[in-house]
Write a protein that binds this ligand. Structure first.
Ligand code: ADP
Ligand code: MG
Length: 458
């Protein structure tokens, strides 16, 4: 036997395994702020940040956590969740760790120079007809940095591999031509850096910094909509890099001509090189992605099983991965092999939510969650406590019902489609920063799921 684990060490071990078993979003939402606060007479007490997490962990993850705890410490008999002070996983003191070998924490090292995530590379990128063009253009760039396809503008829906491709380009360049200076940046970070340079009067070093790169990868440029100063600065940065034969790659969730409030001169720069889109992968490709991703996790899924998942999730590779994780997590420890019936069970609710949810229901649940009257969601009020719920409602209508921007605008009291686009971008942005919005969305989706499963919808 190894030396006994400390509380911290034990919990870190459990979290490390949990991280492998659930999706990244779920991990961040439900587990990041937990801690093992005591172990008494076989009772493991875990602190959680709020009531909602407590209920959720109890309902969904109790069994898994108990099992994991027991696999490290046989004395554990039961688990209790208490609402306690926030405690972050990463602030736990490492020196108290009784482990002799470090646990494989999955978070890869992001390079500080380049901002590149090594996990996103070409080896792990699956190519099909849906992303062939974007992939081909990306690999062409690496062979001739700055000379073909400059700029490269990659666009496509959420979760379809844009960020992955940008990192893959960067990682490949660094690997093949280590003398080149590469940098990945999101457009929000670009804006934030600009704002801080303006405030601290360090524009010269800002300009210098961005213009010294051989390859600049700028993600999610749709967020520059309406940001005049950022657009202006990006325009000049672009011109400078371009004139010096440096490579620039942009990504966006839509083509340049559909980015609202974008200066014409910047739009024409975006369109001046190669525009490559990523479409939605077809069923076969989605199955191939699942096969590959399950292999990475050391699991062999039958093609029937892959089909069962791929038929359920059509529009988003991140969700596809999430569903796979959910299936594997549910299955963990189960002795029977993974059958399509099992998968249907593990994923029950996912499709149902799409099929059964109505516009009315989304409005009702959002209003209930924020404790608002439904009608105020349609009013023109600009009060902050109404604006955010309204934007969330629009976002969920888009996500769940796959409605178009203009049709959502119409249903929200005849608003313009650009208002809806702005709302959706803003919420998407906020939830990618894992702030409260991400948690709120998860809670609202769970409420929707409950009300749909209640069976009396529509
Ligand atoms: P986007 O930036 O378009 O929203 P991401 O690049 O973040 O999407 O991709 C979402 C998730 O799906 C990531 O985990 C990524 O690794 C994975 N993914 C996307 N496209 C592919 C692909 N072609 N092959 C393998 N994994 C992919
Ligand atoms: Mg992205």
């Amino acid at each position: 036997m190894n030396a006994p684990l400390t509380k911290e060490g034990l919990w870190r071990a459990v979290l490390a395994e949990t991280e492998l078993a659930v999706s990244r979003a779920n991990f961040l939402t439900w587990f990041r702020k937990t801690a093992l606060v005591s172990m008494h007479n076989g009772m493991a007490t875990v602190s959680v940040p709020n009531e909602f997490s407590k209920e959720w962990l109890e309902a969904k993850y109790r069994r898994m956590l108990l099992k994991l705890l027991r696999s490290y410490s046989e004395e554990v008999r039961d688990i209790a969740f208490v609402i306690g002070k926030e405690e972050r996983l990463h602030t736990a003191p490492r020196t108290q760790d009784a482990f002799t070998t470090p646990l494989p924490l999955k978070t890869p090292q992001i390079s500080r120079d380049t901002n590149l995530n090594p996990r996103y590379n070409f080896t792990s990128f699956i190519v099909g007809s849906f992303n062939e063009l974007a992939h081909a253009a990306s690999t062409a760039i690496i062979k001739q940095v700055g000379t073909v396809y400059n700029p490269l503008f990659i666009w496509g829906g959420v979760g379809l591999g844009k960020t992955h491709l940008l990192h893959a380009i960067g990682n490949s360049v660094v690997e093949q031509q280590p003398e080149l200076k590469v940098r990945y940046i999101t457009s929000e970070k670009f804006t934030a850096d600009l704002v801080s340079a303006l405030r601290t009067r360090t524009m010269d070093s800002f300009k210098e910094r961005f213009r010294s790169h051989d390859v600049l990868l700028i993600d999610d440029v749709q967020f520059l909509a309406g940001k005049e100063k950022s657009q202006e600065e990006l325009f000049h940065t672009f011109n400078d890099l371009y004139a010096n034969g440096k490579q620039i790659v942009f990504s966006s969730d839509r083509p340049p001509k559909l980015i609202p409030e974008l200066e014409e001169r910047l739009r024409s720069r975006f369109e001046g090189g190669m525009i490559a889109d990523i479409q939605i992968p077809d069923l076969e490709t989605r199955m191939a992605i699942l096969t590959a991703k399950s292999k990475e996790r050391g699991v062999e899924l039958s093609s029937e099983s892959c089909r069962a998942i791929a038929e359920l999730i059509e529009h988003n590779i991140r969700e596809l991965e999430g569903a796979l994780n959910r299936v594997l997590a549910e299955h963990k420890g189960g002795s029977q092999s993974l059958s399509p019936a099992h998968i249907k069970k593990a994923l029950s609710g996912v499709k149902e939510l799409q099929r059964k949810t109505s516009f009315k229901e989304i409005i009702a649940v959002v209003a209930r969650y924020y404790d608002l009257d439904e009608t105020v969601l349609f009013e023109k009020s600009r009060r902050q406590e109404v604006v955010k719920p309204r934007q969330i409602a629009m976002y969920l209508v888009r996500e769940i019902l796959r409605a178009s921007f203009p049709s959502i605008g119409l249903r929200f009291n005849g608003r313009d489609h650009t208002t809806v686009m702005h709302a959706c971008s803003r919420i998407a942005k906020e939830c990618s920063s894992s702030g409260p919005v991400a948690d709120e969305l998860i809670a609202i989706r769970a409420m929707l799921q409950n009300s749909v499963q209640g069976g009396d919808s529509q």
